[in-house]
Ligand binder design. Structure first.
Ligand code: HEM
Length: 399
């Protein structure tokens, strides 16, 4: 995943996909409409957009809305099962599998449904790969088959993988079950995390109109105040230090994951006078680290300027290889595999959403930063702003 699909050269290939999802998202936000001026809840559109993008990166195909929603429903059912039954079936399975037969059936049904949806998409990539390797003519047909098919997909890398088979000494390919599992993980890892971060950042921009205005000024000056400059591109975002600062400050103040996936001590270690015994489950208080008043001035305030040159967070190392002052993506060997693409998605969507709309607070639906724990740490009261279009409306995008 890291060496291929999430490698910067491949991530670049998905720029038309990001542009398509941006248009879908903007259309959805416009559609959400607001005739009574009560504001629109935006989180569902954020989640749908991120999911569309991840589905496309996973299967290399631009699917229509019913197909994306079917996959999303299967993912939701599977996650609901996993969240409710973390260890029930690990304990005395012969008994618990009988005792909780119906629960287990729901999990198996969700898995089956995922597979029914994923395997035809995996097979399409398998056929394409075969065609591409057959003859120049077949390759040309495969390459131009549909304008919804993308050059690269995460699934391609899974089809190429060979696992050593200890029994007969021959390598083997992944099974469909294994591929479906890995696709499911890919979709889960990149959707809620990114859409949650996006909601927190946009909430802070609604709450702090002067920060939003400063960001908008940076965006417009990078796009030369040119309305025909259709989108803020990935290259544009590289020239926007304030945009990067807003995203980093969002991740420091509101990390979507307050804890990491659980780690385990590989050997007895001494940390700050405590012995952590080999095999102990270990986790890290991610949010508290970013809120540490010994490290950050006024830590609970949203101050992107701290990440600008000369600020206290200038050059902060989010990978944790030099220092750890914030770690929204974890650190070390098991750091988030999608760190680079997550930062890109956040910068790209924040910039384009601020360019497209002015995000304003609605009286009676003020931004409330209270948190609640779901799969990630989300806003208890979802963001509900008024979106005032800043640009002329374009024709809706097919999706
Ligand atoms: C703002 C968005 C994101 C945040 C805050 C985030 C955060 C995290 C965190 C905290 C971990 C656990 C690290 C640890 O246990 O040490 C993790 C793991 C992971 N993330 Fe992300 N993530 C984001 C987006 C993404 C995206 C877009 C993808 C893929 C497209 C992704 C793929 C993964 C994978 C595969 C792992 C497991 C890595 C491993 O166990 O080796 N993440 N992420």
């Amino acid at each position: 995943m890291v060496a291929e699909t999430l490698h910067p050269s491949r991530v670049r290939l998905f720029s038309p996909a990001r542009a398509w999802v941006r248009r879908v998202l903007v259309d959805k936000l416009r559609e959400a409409g607001d005739p009574l001026g009560n504001g629109a809840v935006v989180m569902e559109a954020f989640r749908y957009a991120m999911f569309c993008l991840l589905v496309l990166m996973c299967f290399g195909e631009r699917l229509d809305e019913p197909a994306v929603r079917a996959i999303a429903a299967a993912q939701r059912d599977w996650l609901a099962f996993v969240a409710k039954n973390p260890s029930v079936f690990a304990f005395w399975p012969a008994l618990t599998r009988r005792l909780f037969r119906r629960r287990l059936q729901a999990g198996l049904d969700a898995r089956r449904r995922q597979k029914e949806l994923f395997v035809p998409l995996i097979n399409d990539r398998r056929d394409r790969k075969k065609q591409l390797s057959e003859s120049a003519a077949a390759a040309a047909t495969a390459a131009t088959k549909k304008d919804t098919t993308f050059e690269h997909a995460y699934v391609d890398t899974l089809l190429d993988l060979r696992l050593p088979n200890e029994e007969d000494g021959h390598d083997r390919a992944l099974t469909d079950d294994e591929m479906a599992n890995l696709c499911s993980e890919f979709l889960t890892a990149g959707t809620d995390t990114t859409s949650t971060a996006l909601q927190w950042i946009m909430a802070e921009l609604v709450k702090n109109p002067s920060i939003q205005a400063k960001l908008h000024a940076e965006i417009e000056s990078t796009c030369n105040n040119d309305d025909d400059h259709d989108e803020v591109t990935e290259d544009d975002t590289h020239a926007m230090p304030y945009l990067k600062a807003v995203v980093l400050e969002g991740l420091r103040r509101h990390p979507p994951a307050h804890f990491l996936l659980t780690h385990k001590a590989g050997e007895d270690v001494e940390v700050g006078g405590y012995t952590i015994p080999k095999g102990a489950a270990v986790n890290f208080t991610v949010a508290e680290m970013g809120w540490d008043a010994r490290e950050w001035d006024r830590p609970m305030e949203f101050v992107p300027e701290r990440f600008l040159p000369g600020g206290e967070g200038d050059g902060v190392d989010v990978t944790g290889s030099r220092e750890i002052r914030m770690m929204p993506f974890g650190a070390g060997r098991r750091i988030c595999a999608g760190l680079g693409v997550a930062m890109l998605h956040l910068e790209y969507f924040v910039a384009n959403l601020v360019r497209e709309f002015e995000w304003k607070e609605v009286p009676g639906h003020e931004v409330d930063l209270t948190e609640t724990q779901e799969f990630t740490t989300v806003m208890k009261k979802p963001l509900r702003p008024i979106l005032v279009p800043r640009r002329n409306q374009t024709t809706p995008t097919p999706h």
